[in-house]
Design a protein around this ligand. Structure first.
Ligand code: OXT
Ligand code: ADP
Ligand code: MG
Length: 597
């Protein structure tokens, strides 16, 4: 291996030939050479990665440039956090690790929140950050953007690697890919020091050092006895329930999951990002009877869903327990790829460990044709509850108050999504999130992308960019005005790449609502409110997109229909009643408030 002593002027790394990246022109005497830049790109391409989300700067500027020259799609953001969220949701949508590329220290830290969020949500993602000179960093001698990034990333991701030599790039990227997508998916950090990129390697040796990962997410077949145990439990149930989580959506086993639900006749409840796995209008959906089915069910089969806070840890009053920590008496079957997940909160009577595709097909095989449907009184009670809630909702949606509120605005969004079931829906906020989740039906799998396990604000524009880029479909982003602010500058990115994204801000002038005042009567506003009457739509116009202010459902409908038809970047500032929201939305109970007034 030839190595270059002065990375600033790599004699063996002349300009890239117009046709080929991954190869550096050789003169008559010397062998054909390549370098770290090209090996990173070649390794990603070899593994089917075609898109990078990132933000250029020292030391990865040339990497972004050369990646684009090599035919990779490089989507350049205004802030690394948004690039990171984009990468993570691309991973969720495609089962391939989404790549986020950042500069060192501050850029790396900006991307790190998204990496941690990806790990928490089980999204496969690789954060690749350039880093400063190892020797200087390790001696803490004050390098440009000095930081021990590997050590900082480690506790926040599934795996973290550093590559010091160009001939190890192939292994580094292969390990990162495998770690991100195998088993429970998650975030991986890959540290690439500045010195690595210009290191020269003989092209042939470089090529040979690359690894095309074979079977990166191997199937994990569940044990037959585990499947039998689960089926026995399910067979004996009088009030069975299936709970579908975003792991089930990720698994892309859509037809088998639907077959399992339909052949057993068991009512199901989709977690937020599992909505649409079966159409929300499916007669077995118990979504509109949630607070009835959770405590009433006797056997619950979790498929790709954890019994975390979103499911009240499987116990307490939500599940019919007497006290806030008491078990409600349910038996649980848990289908999950992680062997450690079972018993995290309550006893799991029948863990089925394996990938959801293999597990569900094994369950289907065990069910056979003659499976008895659940008792009619259980199905009848759910239907009654559901119909009542749906009717109540229909009544609320039919109202047309002035000013517009969450319901009258979301009634429009509900129609637009129904008419465009292939559109991607991104959603964040508190009330803006909760109302959208229950009002807007989803019809197809993996179309709803939201704040996930952490309830994190800031995913909006990053998710929207990735959703548009990866799917080619129109994107509708339903945003609280606070939520939008976390990533709002990316409307420039949306315009720059001319993406078919329609952002709708449900603008109530604040966090949760906009009518709070400073109790002292002082000049500063309440910490929870924003500039009243803010003209968010002008942000989109500033970059050449379409901005619309909508104060009625009719205006909102027209703006959204135009946006979908034209595929032009659009931002609709949907002005709603500033007193319409509830503090913390549906999770008020988690919000401690001072006893002393
Ligand atoms: O059964 P019942 O009767 O209970 O009724 C239920 C269903 O049966 C029924 N339903 C239906 N009825 C009729 N028809 C249909 N189709 C139907 N479907 C359902 O409706 C109800 C509700 O159903 P649901 O939603 O399924 O049930 P429930 O009980 O709510 O489910 C429980 C949960 C926990 C699963 C669910 O609530 C959930 O998924 N919640 C997620 C909550 C969440 O993650 N929230 C976001 C975080 S809030 C807070 O943290 C915010 N911050 C702080 C902050 C954050 N997060 N991040 C960062 C980086 N920094 C700071 C901030 C700053 S939110 C926020 C901004 C807020 O302001 P915005 O301006 O952005 O937003 P606005 O609030 O709009 O102003
Ligand atoms: P939700 O928030 O929708 O309830 P969670 O993120 O809590 O979903 O749970 C997702 C679960 O799915 C995780 O426990 C994860 O291990 C699991 N999972 C992810 N992908 C797969 C897969 N392909 N096969 C099996 N389980 C999976
Ligand atoms: Mg708001």
């Amino acid at each position: 291996m030839a190595s270059v002593t002065d990375p600033a002027a790599p004699a063996a790394a002349p300009a890239t030939p117009p046709s080929g990246v991954g190869q550096i022109a050789a003169d008559a005497q010397s062998p054909e050479m390549t370098d770290g830049f090209h090996l990173v790109i070649d390794a990603l391409k070899l593994n089917g990665i075609d898109t990078i989300f990132g933000l250029p700067g020292i030391p990865i500027t040339d990497l972004t440039r050369k990646a684009q020259a090599a035919g990779l799609r490089v989507i350049s953001f205004r802030h690394e956090q948004n690039a990171g969220y984009a990468a993570s949701i691309a991973g969720f949508m495609t089962q391939r690790p989404g790549i986020c590329l950042t500069v060192s220290a501050p850029g790396f830290l900006n991307g790190l929140t998204a990496l941690a969020n990806a790990t928490t949500n089980c999204f496969p993602m690789i954060l690749i950050s350039g880093s400063s000179e190892r020797e200087v960093v390790d001696l803490q001698q004050g390098d440009y953007e000095e930081m021990d990034q590997l050590a900082i990333a480690k506790p926040l991701c599934k795996a973290a690697f550093r590559v010091l030599h160009a001939e190890d790039i192939g292994v580094g990227i292969a390990r990162a890919i495998r770690a991100a997508v195998s088993g429970r998916p998650g975030g991986v950090y890959l540290d690439l020091p500045a010195k690595l990129f210009p290191q020269a390697v003989e092209a042939e040796a470089g090529r040979k050092s690359l690894i095309k990962v074979v079977d990166p997410a191997p199937r994990q077949i569940p044990a037959q006895d585990a499947v039998q145990r689960a089926l026995e439990l399910l067979k004996g149930a009088k009030r069975p329930l299936i709970l579908l989580g975003k792991g089930a959506a990720y698994a892309q086993a859509d037809a088998d999951i639907r077959a399992l639900v339909e052949r057993t006749g068991i009512p199901y409840l989709p977690m937020s990002m599992a909505k649409g796995l079966l159409p929300d209008t499916h007669e077995q959906s118990a979504a509109a009877a949630r607070s009835y089915v959770l405590p009433a069910a006797d056997v619950v089969m979790l498929i790709g869903a954890r019994l975390n806070w979103l499911l009240s840890h499987g116990k307490g009053k939500t599940w019919g327990g007497k006290g806030s920590k008491d078990w409600g008496g349910q038996k649980f079957i848990q289908v999950d790829i992680s062997p450690q997940e079972a018993d995290s909160n309550v006893r799991i009577d029948a863990p089925v460990v394996g990938d959801i595709g293999s597990c569900v097909s094994a369950l289907l095989a065990g069910i056979g044709p003659g499976w008895a449907k659940p008792p009619a009184d259980w199905l009848g009670a759910i239907a009654e509850r559901r119909n009542k809630n749906v009717a109540k909702m229909a009544e609320t949606l039919a109202r047309n108050p002035s000013p517009m509120n969450f319901h009258s605005a979301l009634n429009v969004v509900r129609d637009i999504v129904k008419a465009n079931p292939d559109a991607m829906l991104v959603n964040e906020g508190a009330n803006a999130l909760d109302f959208t989740r229950s009002i807007v039906d989803m019809y197809k799998p993996r179309k709803r992308l939201d704040v996930g396990t952490w309830g994190v604000m800031g995913i909006g524009m990053g998710f929207s960019v990735a959703a548009a880029v990866m799917s080619g479909q129109p994107v509708i982003a339903i945003e609280g005005d606070s939520a939008f602010g976390f990533s709002g500058m990316e409307v420039e990115t949306i315009c720059r790449y001319n993406l078919p994204v329609c952002v709708v801000i449900l603008n109530n002038n604040g966090v949760y609502r906009g009518d709070e005042v400073n109790p002292t009567g002082g000049r500063d506003p309440s910490p929870l409110v924003f500039v009243k009457g803010a003209r968010y739509e002008m942000l989109m116009e500033a970059f050449g997109g379409v901005g619309v202010k909508a104060t009625t459902p009719a205006e909102l409908r027209r703006a959204m229909e135009d946006a979908i038809a034209s595929r032009r970047p659009t931002l609709v500032n949907a002005v709603i009643d500033e007193g319409a929201g509830t503090e913390s939305g549906r999770i008020t109970a988690l919000n401690p408030t001072a006893k002393k007034k």
